[in-house]
Design a protein around this ligand. Structure first.
Ligand SMILES: NC(=O)c1ccc[n+]([C@@H]2O[C@H](COP(=O)([O-])OP(=O)(O)OC[C@H]3O[C@@H](n4cnc5c(N)ncnc54)[C@H](O)[C@@H]3O)[C@@H](O)[C@H]2O)c1
Ligand SMILES: O=C[C@H](O)CS(=O)(=O)O
Length: 481
């Protein structure tokens, strides 16, 4: 099945309460390969009733799961991690088939995704309370850290494995049980991960994966009082709607939302390093990541050289089906995504931008990796999240202008800059209003560091020592003799 070594990983049913299920009415959603348009298979089109049963299964499983020793939860997470790596080839192939990224990138995502399970297996054993010097004789003051409860995890299509394990690893380590809803474009990766979790020995109901129309499932996950936590990764617009929907039952929410990353090249930068960093940051996953460089900006003295070297490297990129050897950019996720990118480039050109390379469709859902010069901040390709392989390059005169331009957005997820002067590195890193800053680095994502944004890029952090906090409550206990 689809060239998998272990065809049993290709699951076309949802996973609820330890059982593989169809939708109640048998309805299904087709999932297509973005490179070819071929239908890979169908998954259940579940609604509120099935989702409510998944929440009930997670609630039923919670007491025993939270009652396990931290080391017992950690052991299961580690076993899941090991199974992910043992099946990395099949999991990477599934990602490329349903999401489109090149196989090498997909394999990198599996290693990154498994890293969260390994990381949180350790973090599970570091959930500490505190004993506070008492203000009263005969009383003791202490805190306990306890799991929030059933966590709903809603994830996007661009990293179908990593966005799930970045949440599930932390939630499960904390002692929560989970109901996950993957993006309808990329459900097979999540279902394969559920199959491996089942194989690892997670008890029934601890991990549940429901598939189907987002609105119906979302209405249940945001409205059901049995769900105490909602962790969402996706667009800012959707995140705002879900956050509002959670208000009715006052759910604890984590939001990993959109971005508009500046990528600043100062005149003291190592230009070769800056070009390499721009390639990695801008064109990873065909530009379809929340932390991709969205606005590149080069100081006047290095502008022409940076644009020329970047365009030369971009022009050499091989675009095609992610399963083909040597391909470094796959298709965009949908025809709508291609149309959006094409419209942003047309808007920029109409306003005076110059296409240095690319700037055209390549047929199907493929779009040429593109560099635009003579760009102005007011162009939509700068003011909005492009989510495609387009690098608009702005000019700036000095450090103050660079920081002003970089911070002039409602987003605040990731920012990058290249400079060799140490004092400048500190000044600029502190002045940028973002949750994550890469200094002479174009990709900074790792399971060991807190990932997240400020302003309208989100609430909370995932990964790092901070990631498990999202799934814990602090209880104050006053103990009188
Ligand atoms: N900050 C991060 O870590 C991060 C990571 C990846 C993607 N993103 C952002 O996500 C966006 C692209 O992903 P996308 O197109 O999948 O985003 P999206 O918001 O359209 O969808 C994200 C998820 O939400 C679901 N969803 C949509 N409406 C829903 C509803 N009413 N109820 C319940 N679920 C609903 C979708 O089915 C999907 O599973 C970009 O803006 C990108 O920046 C952010
Ligand atoms: O889209 C953004 C994801 O968070 C991907 S990554 O964590 O930057 O790899």
């Amino acid at each position: 099945m689809h060239g998998l070594q272990h065809p049993e990983l290709f699951r076309t049913q949802a996973y609820v309460g330890g059982v593989w299920l169809d939708a109640d009415d048998g309805a299904g959603l087709a999932v297509a390969d973005p490179a070819t348009g071929t239908v890979l298979g169908r998954v259940p089109a579940m609604g509120r009733a099935e989702t409510a049963r998944a929440v009930a299964a997670a609630e039923a499983a919670w007491p025993a799961w939270r009652g396990l020793l931290a080391s017992e939860r950690a052991a299961l997470l580690r076993r899941w991690h090991d199974l992910m790596l043992a099946h990395a080839g099949d999991l990477a192939r599934l990602i490329t088939l349903e999401q489109g990224k090149p196989l090498a990138e997909a394999h990198g995502e599996i290693v990154y995704a498994a890293g969260f399970l390994d990381w949180f297996a350790d973090e599970a054993k570091r959930v500490y309370g505190r004993v506070v010097p008492s203000p009263w004789p005969g009383r003791r003051v202490l805190t306990l850290r306890q799991p929030i409860g059933v966590a709903a995890l809603i994830t996007p299509w661009n990293f179908p494995a990593a966005m799930l394990t970045r949440k599930a690893g932390a939630a499960l380590a904390a002692g929560c049980t989970v109901v996950a809803k993957p993006a309808s474009k990329t459900p097979f990766t999540a279902l394969a991960l559920a199959a491996l979790a089942e194989q690892a020995g997670f008890p029934a109901g601890v991990i549940n994966v429901v598939t189907g129309p987002a609105e119906a499932i979302g209405a249940e996950l945001t409205g059901n009082p049995g769900v105490r936590k909602l962790s969402f990764t996706g667009s800012t617009a959707t995140g705002k709607r879900l956050m509002a929907a959670c208000a009715g039952t006052l759910k604890n929410v984590s939001m990993e939302l959109g971005g508009n990353a500046p990528f600043i090249v100062f005149d003291d930068a190592d230009l070769d390093a800056a070009v390499a960093g721009a390639l990695a940051s801008k064109y990873r996953n065909a530009g379809q990541t929340c932390v991709c460089a969205n606005r590149l900006m080069a100081q006047d003295a290095v502008y022409d050289a940076f644009v020329a070297r970047l365009a030369e490297a971009v022009s050499a990129m091989k675009v095609g089906n992610g399963l083909e050897a040597g391909v470094v950019q796959g298709p965009l996720v949908s025809a709508e995504a291609v149309a959006k990118v094409e419209a942003r480039v047309a808007d920029a050109v109409a306003a005076g931008a110059r296409v240095v390379c690319g700037g055209r469709r390549l047929g199907g859902q493929f779009y040429a990796p593109t560099v635009l010069a003579d760009v102005e901040p007011g162009m939509r390709v700068c003011s909005e999240e492009t989510f495609g392989p387009v690098a608009p390059v702005l000019r700036f005169a000095d450090e103050a202008e660079a920081i002003r331009l970089a911070n002039a957005t409602e987003y605040g997820l990731a920012a990058y800059f290249y400079a060799r002067d140490a004092a400048r590195q500190w000044r600029v890193a502190e002045a940028l209003e973002y949750g994550m800053v890469g200094v002479n680095a174009g990709v900074v994502s790792t399971e060991v560091a807190p990932f997240g944004g400020v302003k309208e890029s989100g609430l909370g952090r995932e990964g790092g020592a901070e990631g498990i906090e999202a799934y814990l409550e602090t209880k104050y206990v006053c103990l009188a003799e």
